[in-house]
Design a protein around this ligand. Structure first.
Ligand code: SAM
Length: 277
C-alpha cells in the first residue's frame, strides 16, 4: 500500500489564504489513522467507480484516485474546487466537479457498482443520505463519516432510544453498521461533535415486502412523530386512519396497540401496513 499523510491543515489553509466556512461544514481530516481506517474499509480496486462528496483539500481524493478506476469528486466551495483542479490537473481517472451534491443528478453516474466514500458536510448529512437512497441501486457500498449521533440513529436496533424512522428508511435498503467512532480532534477546525464512520451495504432485496415503499415510510414516520405516545395514538393523531381501521389492523396483525413505535421491528411495521392499506 502507498503511504499517505494528512497534511498540516492549518499551515495549508494559511498558504492558500483560505478562511474556513463553518456554514459549509468544513472540518478537514487531520488524523492519519482515520484516513487509513476509511481506506481499509473501502477496499477500493481498479474496477471501482467512486463518488466522493465534499472533497475539501483532497485528503481522501488522492488515495481514492490512486486505487480506483474512476473517481467523481464533488466540491461546492469555489476556492476549494479551484485548488483541487490545480492540485490534481493531470489525473485522467479523476473528475472534479464544482457541484452541490443535493442538486447532482445521479444519472450522470453508472447505473451500478458506484461506491460512495466521503467525509460528509454534517449540516446536510441526512438530506444527502435521502438523496443517495433515491438512487440506492447504484451504490453497493456507502462508507461515510457522519456525526456520531446520526450514525448511531441510522444503525440503531428496535427497542433502543435511537431507533426511529431514519433507521428504518436506511435499513430497508441497506445493512447498516457503525465501523468506528472518531474523536472530534481528528479534524481541523475541531468540530463541536464527535464523529463515526458508517458503513451501508446494499441489500439484494429489502428484508420485508411492502407494496408501496413511499407510503410505508410515511406510516413509519407518523408512528414515530410522537414518541411518547402509543403507536396507535400516534397513528390516530396523524389523521389518516379512523379508530376502527386502526383497531382492526392491530388485531389482525397481532401487534398490541399500546406498544410504542420504537419497540416495533421493521417486519412488524410491514405487517401493520399490509392490514392498513
Ligand atoms: N473530504 C475533506 C476531508 O475529509 O478533509 C473535506 C470534508 S468536510 C467535512 C466537507 C466538505 O464538503 C467541505 O469541503 C465542504 O466545502 C464540502 N461541501 C459542503 N456542502 C457541500 C455540498 N452541498 N455539495 C458538495 N460539497 C459540499
Amino acid at each position: 500500500m502507498l503511504i499517505y499523510s494528512t497534511m498540516n491543515i492549518p499551515k495549508k489553509l494559511r498558504q492558500l489564504n483560505f478562511r474556513v466556512k463553518k456554514r459549509l461544514g468544513q472540518n478537514f481530516l487531520q488524523e492519519e489513522k482515520v484516513l487509513y481506517e476509511i481506506l481499509s474499509q473501502a477496499k477500493v480496486t481498479p474496477e471501482d467507480v467512486i463518488l466522493e462528496i465534499g472533497a475539501g483539500l483532497g485528503i481522501l481524493t488522492e488515495p481514492l484516485a490512486d486505487a480506483a478506476g474512476l473517481v467523481v469528486a464533488l466540491e461546492l466551495d469555489p476556492s476549494l474546487y479551484t485548488y483541487l483542479t490545480e492540485r490534481f490537473n493531470n489525473r485522467e481517472n479523476l473528475r472534479i466537479l464544482h457541484q452541490d451534491i443535493l442538486k447532482y443528478d445521479m444519472r450522470d453516474l453508472p447505473e451500478k457498482g458506484v461506491k460512495v466514500i466521503a467525509n460528509l458536510p454534517y449540516y446536510i448529512s441526512t438530506p444527502i443520505l435521502m438523496h443517495l437512497l433515491q438512487s440506492i441501486r447504484r451504490f453497493p457500498l456507502i462508507l461515510i463519516m457522519v456525526q456520531k449521533e446520526v450514525a448511531e440513529r441510522i444503525a440503531a436496533e428496535p427497542g433502543t432510544k435511537k431507533y426511529g424512522s431514519l433507521s428504518i428508511a436506511v435499513q430497508y435498503y441497506t445493512e447498516a453498521a457503525v465501523v468506528c467512532r472518531v474523536p472530534k480532534t481528528a479534524f481541523y477546525p475541531v468540530p463541536e461533535v464527535d464523529s463515526a464512520i458508517l458503513r451501508l451495504t446494499l441489500r439484494e432485496a429489502p428484508p420485508v415486502k411492502v407494496s408501496d415503499p413511499e407510503r410505508f415510510f410515511r406510516l413509519v414516520q407518523a408512528a414515530f412523530a410522537q414518541r411518547r405516545k402509543t403507536v396507535r395514538n400516534s397513528l390516530l393523531g396523524a389523521g389518516s386512519f379512523s379508530p376502527e381501521q386502526l383497531d382492526a389492523a392491530f388485531a389482525a396483525s397481532g401487534i398490541l396497540p399500546r406498544r410504542r413505535a420504537e419497540t416495533l421491528s421493521i417486519e412488524e411495521f410491514a405487517k401493520l401496513s399490509r392490514y392498513l392499506f
